[in-house]
Design a protein around this ligand. Structure first.
Ligand code: FAD
Length: 410
């Protein structure tokens, strides 16, 4: 194995794989290494809490590219390789296995580790998170012995897992510390809709509830004790309380950051020749009013990969892509565009009871985001409202007889 590559990409997930793909698409002829600590070929993460967990999608169909692709494009894959330290002055990094790899440019695309819960019992067998294939496989292997599941955290991943496991016949309780699910990412209308949907499917949703301890029996989880003393029986617990960006080696090397690693609009970190992209990149986002944020989405990982590659190729671009995201729960397809945080008004378009509607988020009269449930046409047409920050009469926005694309033209 060569011990120096022109571009080394650390993290072989969505962002890392996309960076390698785009380097070759744009004609980059230098050497590329894609280094990842998972044993797998690069794969798509979203199905882990959706159709892969449900047993409806085989792992092979989640590969980002077929196995032969990487060799054909002369991308050196180094799976099962954890990078532990970075030496920016010598342009070298070290791996847990003791290898040293030199780089011309480095793209840091390590995503994040699932945040662990800090209560007693967190390390019992049967307590899971859903971040990688190994996590999902462990859950799938245990499921035959499981009747009751407690999901800690009512975010997208927790709710998706709850929907799948309910469909698989398990009794699921979701415990959420806030007074509504999806509180970090959506407005109250959407939260209430999803709470009602889950309850209608038999999920027990406990809001404003804290976890005091995970209880066990002979090393295996037996229940979850809430702060109000209630004990929920569980043979499986899923902790979905967010991620911690995997940036320790970069911060130790002197990169600016804290909540991830700070990057500029070209995805450059404060260290020379080192870029960061995806879940771990703390960046100023125009759709957040220029605030420094991290986004955890396939869109962001892909679009930042494109920007970092353009910087490396000397064709600098600035990251200003409109954020979008999706979530599948039961037969509900949620598609979001823009960022709703900071909205001061909402418009409901359509009827939640019909299970087809959109919530439009406004700030100072301008459309900043849409959450669309089974409403792909509004999602597609509403994108331009967000990118142009359109100022449109809320009554017109609510009128489902008028396609959103017509409002833009007015
Ligand atoms: P990742 O894809 O997480 O890749 C990072 C890789 O780097 C991992 O393989 C990690 O193990 C590796 N790594 C970390 N540290 C090191 C190190 N020191 N050395 C070597 N390798 C390292 N997004 C959506 O848009 N829609 C969805 O529906 C959706 N559903 C999701 C469901 C689940 C269960 C999960 C976990 C995520 C979901 N996401 C979804 C989020 C999306 O998958 C992430 O935003 C995306 O994967 C981020 O890409 P990334 O390249 O930044 O990180």
């Amino acid at each position: 194995m060569a011990d120096r590559f022109d571009v080394v990409i650390v993290g072989a997930g969505h962002g890392g794989a996309q960076a390698a793909i785009v380097l070759r698409q744009r004609g980059f002829a230098g050497t590329i290494a894609l280094v990842g600590d998972e044993p797998e070929l690069p794969y798509e993460r979203p199905p882990l809490s959706k159709d892969y967990l449900a047993g409806d999608k085989p792992f092979e169909r989640m590969l980002i590219r077929p196995a032969g692709f990487w060799a054909e494009r002369a991308v050196t894959l180094l799976p099962g390789t954890e990078v532990t330290t970075v030496d920016p002055a010598a342009r070298r990094l070290n791996t847990a296995g003791g290898a040293t790899i030199g780089y011309g440019d480095l793209i840091w695309a390590t995503g994040g580790r699932a945040r662990r819960i800090a209560c007693p019992g967190h390390a019992l067998s049967g307590v899971h998170c859903v971040r990688d294939r190994a996590d999902a496989d462990r859950m799938i292997a245990e499921l035959p012995e499981v009747r009751d599941v407690v999901v800690i955290g009512g975010g997208y991943i927790g709710l998706e897992a709850a929907a799948v496991l309910t469909k698989l016949g398990r009794a699921v309780t979701v415990v959420e510390a806030q007074d509504r699910v999806l509180a970090r990412v959506a407005g109250p209308d959407l939260s209430r809709f999803y709470e009602a949907e889950h309850r209608a499917h038999g999920v027990d949703i406990r809001l404003s509830s804290g976890v005091a301890a995970i209880e066990g029996d002979e090393g295996r989880v037996s229940g979850v004790r809430l702060t109000d003393g209630t004990v929920l029986p569980a043979q499986m617990v899923i902790v979905g309380i967010g991620i911690v960006p995997a940036v320790a080696p970069l911060l130790a090397a002197g990169a600016a950051g804290g909540n991830g690693v700070d990057v500029d609009t070209q995805c450059r970190t404060s260290l020379p020749h080192i870029y960061a992209i995806g879940d771990c990149a703390h960046h100023a986002n125009p759709y957040a009013g220029g605030a420094m944020i991290r986004l955890e989405s396939v869109q962001n990982a892909h679009d930042q990969a494109n920007v970092a590659v353009q910087s490396i190729l000397g064709e600098p671009a600035h990251y200003d892509a409109v954020p979008w995201f999706w979530s599948n729960q039961y037969d509900l397809k949620l598609q979001t565009v823009g960022l709703s945080a900071g909205h001061d008004a909402t418009v409901l378009r359509g009827d939640p009871a019909a299970r087809q509607f959109a919530v439009l988020y406004l700030r100072e009269g301008r459309v900043i985001a849409l959450d669309c449930v089974n409403a792909t046409r509004d999602y597609v047409q509403g994108r331009a409202l967000v990118t142009t920050r359109a100022r449109i009469d809320p009554e017109r926005l609510a009128d489902t007889t008028v396609p959103l694309k017509e409002l833009i033209r007015e």
